[in-house]
Design a protein around this ligand. Structure first.
Ligand code: COA
Length: 333
């Protein structure tokens, strides 16, 4: 039986720190509201006018993951790029990341799935490697959301939450389950597609974007926050239990739970419902905000670099987001 494993991780965030105090100067909000409702104290946004795209942050994270894994560019045969904020409508970020890294990859796949982009990408990489189709796959999740946020009072619920960043993992073959992606679990419920979405530009309309749409702000992301919150707490708990049950392990066996950094209150609700101790649940949303697809690989990379995930650790990744999509992965590092 062949398995896949994570060989290395990398991450990248823009240098610009945007504090809650800075946002308070631009929109009608307060430090107390943001911290109490989301847990976020600061986030990273690209410098205004810098022209940095999600493929740039992704390429940097990818290069760091390759260096961490000790894998040369020529050994990667597939690039999987996840993002909801691609540089262009097309071609996708996978093409751009392959070019920027000079990878001799014969194939690339672009993944959407928003906050679940990394989990979906990891699951695809795992399947290809176990099937013997690919040896080394680079999974990159990267976002530049700041250029697409409504930094006015109208968009304040979204603007205080979302941020820029990237994370990546090199996935390669493994001979045994002692170091392996043990299972991945992916889900979708499209009945909630419009509860967290960005409607324009849209191919259902010609032209796809008009001055009226811009004036109405319908090209900005929108969210039914309460519905998202409720579903996120339930679905993430279920997905963690699903991963543990599938592998015959319990919460006590987990070294760390790395949840999507959606919102600190969501993470705390999941943690309390599962009765997990605080030390076992990773949070960095205080410093980075919600970086959507990048949040899990960014947190995973930080934990590995901080020595919180030595070889042999059992880690569960869990995400929930727009779609709704959700899922989990159980990994023996
Ligand atoms: N600053 C101050 N007030 C804000 C605000 C901000 N940045 N954003 C929204 N508000 C206001 C609203 O205008 C509304 O005011 P009103 O009652 O006068 O109409 C009020 O806060 C909303 O209150 P409430 O609905 O009780 O807020 P909430 O407790 O549901 O919190 C969210 C709002 C968005 C923080 C919450 O719904 C949430 O966390 N949802 C999940 C969001 C998330 O994690 N998304 C990512 C998923 S991947």
């Amino acid at each position: 039986m062949r398995f896949s494993r994570i060989l290395g991780t990398g991450s990248s965030v823009p240098a610009r720190v945007v504090t809650n105090a800075e946002l308070c100067q631009k929109i009608d909000t307060s430090e107390e509201w943001i911290v109490e409702r989301t847990g976020i104290r600061e986030r990273r946004w690209i410098a205004e006018g810098s022209g940095i795209g999600s493929s740039d942050l992704g390429a940097e994270a990818g290069a760091r993951a390759l260096a961490d894994a000790g894998i040369a560019a020529g050994q990667v045969s597939l690039v999987i790029a996840a993002t909801l904020s691609p540089d262009y409508d097309f071609p996708g970020n996978g093409v751009l990341i392959q070019r920027k890294l000079g990878l001799k990859a014969p194939a690339t796949i672009d993944v959407r799935q928003q906050c679940n982009g990394f989990l979906y990408g990891l699951s695809i990489a795992d399947a290809f490697i176990r099937a013997g189709v690919h040896q080394h796959v680079l999974v990159v999740a990267s976002e530049v959301q700041s250029t697409g946020l409504d930094v006015t009072d109208r968009g304040r619920d979204m603007t205080v939450i979302f941020a820029d960043g990237a994370g990546a993992a090199v996935v390669g073959p493994s001979d045994d389950q002692a170091h392996a992606i043990l299972s991945t679990h992916l889900h979708v419920d499209g009945t909630h597609a419009e509860d967290l979405w960005c409607e324009f530009p849209s191919s259902r309309h010609s032209p796809r974007l008009t001055k009226e749409i811009l004036d109405e702000g319908r090209h900005y992301p929108r969210m039914n926050g309460r519905v998202v919150f409720k579903h996120a707490v339930s679905r993430m708990q279920e997905a963690v239990n699903e991963a543990l049950d599938a592998n015959g392990v319990t919460l006590a066996d987990l070294t760390l739970l790395v949840p999507h950094q959606a919102n600190l209150r969501i993470i705390h609700n999941v943690r309390d419902a599962l009765k997990l101790p605080e030390a076992k649940v990773v949070t960095n949303i205080e410093r980075y905000g919600n970086t959507t697809s990048a949040s899990i690989p960014l947190a995973l990379d930080e934990c590995r670099k901080e020595g919180r995930l030595p070889a042999g650790s059992l880690v569960c990744l869990v995400a929930f987001g727009s779609g709704f999509t959700w899922g989990s992965a159980l990994i023996r590092l």
